[in-house]
Design a binder for this molecule. Structure first.
Ligand code: SF4
Length: 429
């Protein structure tokens, strides 16, 4: 969502007369679009800010913090961080050109002005703003913003406000536009994407309508909540040829008491029933998840339930994190963050080790098969290798000397080896 928001900001700034540069030495204005969801992201922003201190001492420079951290830590950033000139929360990006212009003008007059716009909106969806996209293969399209779920660990309802969905007509027009621009894949975005609703349109209907846009090769969506999975949505994923056979199904915990404290609104049993229902419809759908280890008061036995959940579901991949308290959340206000750091780390390590073994086995099962792979570009480790994704979102790497391929092309590749995270492929003859 932050990448998409950066595309919106680029578009709004260009319309406001600004010119973009990725060269920080030449920039008059440096903006950081921030995430507040985990401690790591928070630390990164403060590291970047301290890097900018020296630059700002040498010449006039406007520094802005955008996004969830601006929203959640506005007092801290306004009162204690002299470096920051502009703050804009996720619903206030339309005000950015004005805030920046005022900050530049103030600096020219030798003044310091801190401009901030952090009001949350019940209506802002940026429906009329066409994002300035860079990536040429995948286009993100936000279909809804905000979240009403108030999971107790999560800061999103406070930084991004309440749920609001875009009109389907605007989304479909944007989908047709990105296809005309040459994008091959669309990823529909929302904090709680499958709670999308506009009139009598629900998410399943929207997903099928986007996948029916002529010329699109693949449609993905992220992130869904397990509570909003009607049969029509499972059927759309299972049977529409353009909807990718991948569902990210955040579990967060495998223990009912912890799920209750997290306010996830489903039980372990209900979650497992959903997994069974998805696999009964289509066994080939790749399932991935998010897990939080060491949530407030989680005992060893409760953690063991999460460990067993991973072993039972056997996800293709899992994003596993230590619980870190976020300011203003229900958990921060009501529960003690009382699981020692060492215990949280041990639990994460145990889950990561288990998941790595499961992912390794799952990926090994693809050896010998031929899979359609959407080429994204060069592999991270070497420009001699191409990299793409299967329909199930598994990374595939191959030697370009053997199969050139170009971004956006779908190649049928033969899988000859695998690791826990990657499939290795060659040409299929
Ligand atoms: S569903 Fe829960 S975890 Fe996801 S954005 Fe909403 S409050 Fe946060």
């Amino acid at each position: 969502m932050n990448e998409y928001d950066s595309e919106l900001v680029r578009s709004l700034l260009i319309s406001g007369g600004f010119v973009l540069t990725s060269d920080r030495v030449r920039a008059d204005v440096i903006l950081m679009n921030t995430c507040a969801i985990r401690e790591n992201a928070h630390t990164k922003v403060y590291t970047h800010l301290s890097d900018l201190r020296a630059l700002k001492r040498q010449r006039p420079l406007v520094v802005g913090v955008l996004g969830c951290m601006a929203q959640n830590l506005k007092e801290e950033l306004t009162n204690k961080e002299p470096l920051v000139d502009v703050l804009a929360g996720p619903d206030s990006y339309r005000q950015l050109p004005k805030l920046i212009a005022e900050a530049i003008e103030a600096q020219e007059q030798g003044l310091r002005l801190k401009g901030s716009a952090v009001d949350l909106s019940e209506y802002e969806t940026y429906d009329d703003v066409i994002p300035q996209r860079r990536d040429g293969v995948n286009a993100w399209i936000a279909v809804m913003r905000g979240c009403d779920n108030f999971c107790s660990f999560c800061v999103v309802p406070y930084t991004r406000g309440r749920e609001r969905s875009r009109e389907p007509e605007g989304i479909l027009a944007e989908a047709r536009l990105v296809v005309a621009q040459g994008f091959k894949q669309i990823t529909l975005l929302g904090q709680n994407v499958n709670s999308y609703r506009s009139g009598d349109w629900d998410f399943a209907r929207l997903l099928v309508a986007v996948a029916d846009v002529p010329g699109i090769e693949r449609v993905r969506f992220t992130s869904p909540h397990p509570k909003d999975f009607p049969p029509a949505l499972v059927d759309a994923v299972s049977s529409h040829p353009k909807v990718c056979k991948h569902i990210h199904l955040p579990a967060q915990s495998g223990n009912d008491r912890i799920l209750g404290l997290m306010n996830r609104t489903y039980s372990r049993e209900a979650y497992l029933e959903l997994v069974d229902r998805i696999r009964a419809v289509n066994q080939d759908i790749v399932l991935t998840t998010d897990i939080i280890a060491g949530f407030c008061s989680e005992t060893d036995a409760e953690f063991a339930d999460t460990y067993r959940l991973l072993a039972e579901v056997r996800y293709h991949a899992a994003f596993i994190f230590k619980y870190s308290e976020r300011k203003h959340t229900i958990a921060a206000r009501k529960f003690a963050d009382d699981v020692p750091e060492a215990v949280k780390s041990e639990r994460v390590t145990a889950l990561v080790d288990l998941q790595r073994e499961i992912s390794r086995e799952r990926n090994r099962a693809y050896i010998g098969s031929i899979l359609p792979v959407l080429v994204e570009g060069d592999a991270k480790r070497s420009s001699q290798q191409g990299m793409g994704k299967t329909d199930g979102n598994i990374t595939v790497v191959w030697a370009k000397a053997c199969v050139p391929g170009h971004p956006g092309e779908i190649l049928n590749l033969s899988i000859y080896d695998s690791s826990a995270s990657t499939l290795y492929a060659t040409a299929s003859y």
